[in-house]
Design a protein around this ligand. Sequence first.
Ligand SMILES: C[S@@+](CC[C@H](N)C(=O)[O-])C[C@H]1O[C@@H](n2cnc3c(N)ncnc32)[C@H](O)[C@@H]1O
Length: 284
Amino acid sequence: MAAEANDSELRKGLHGMWASVAPGWAEHADYVDARSSDITERLLDAAGVGAGMRVLELACGPGSVGIAAAQRVGAEGAVVCSDVAREMTAIAASRAAEQGLSNVTTKVLDLEEIDEPEESYDAVVCREGMMFAANHARAAREIRRVLRPGGRVAVAVWAARERNPWLTILLDAIGEQLGAQVPPPGVPGPFSLSDPRALESLLSEAGWSEVAVDDEPVSVRVEDFDDWWTRTCALAGPVSGLLAALPEEGVEAIRARAAAAIEGYRNGDSIELPGVTLIASGSR
Ligand SMILES: C[S@@+](CC[C@H](N)C(=O)[O-])C[C@H]1O[C@@H](n2cnc3c(N)ncnc32)[C@H](O)[C@@H]1O
């Protein structure tokens, strides 16, 4: 009973945290589309998304993957962009409407408890969302449940911390300032599914078949430090609250540390920060 209460408090906190950063995701939605367009295509290929299919996007944020899927499924198909935060599905809905996509609808859904019937989708896709579930195994079982037999799933989750300086520079600079690990241990964060073997076992044990886990490099190119700082702070759900609670001199100290670290990645006039995501796919 106590464990269930803790789990539900943890989930409530995580969901509220994402809702609070939705304005940043609305502002930077086009940048998000462009930064991760290769991941989007890899996901749609791995999930076998094609004409006439019914596709569910989980943890959609501004809906980049679902909106791209809508082009592939065409007028005979349908895409549901879903997220646990209503504020995020509102962004996806307005972007789909702006593009005149009549085959996209949105829904508030928790990927750990998907309020959809069994076997109701041909494909499920999720980009950088599953690792934030409080219980990853439950999420993997839920995804399988809503897929029709033979249907396919593809999810992207960040690879190991040390392979993603584009984000860890910020997390480490905050952690050094606070004298603590960011995000704290035990809280599902960006790297909580970053071990490929553990991920493969988790998905197989949840009943996915033909499981494959592959790397996809995603470097982040920015013009200067301020460009990176603004975008990363606006989008990184787990850090925006921490920064907002710090005094100005604390934030300045973090900025100075991060600026020094970023310089190591300068390439001529721009800065190129490495990143790697894992693409995990399988079928029901
Ligand atoms: C890093 S953002 C990724 C957004 C989008 N998929 C993308 O790649 O641009 C993480 C998203 O996961 C959503 N999220 C977190 N926990 C979730 C859950 N349990 N169920 C559904 N969505 C969740 C957040 O609201 C947020 O939109």
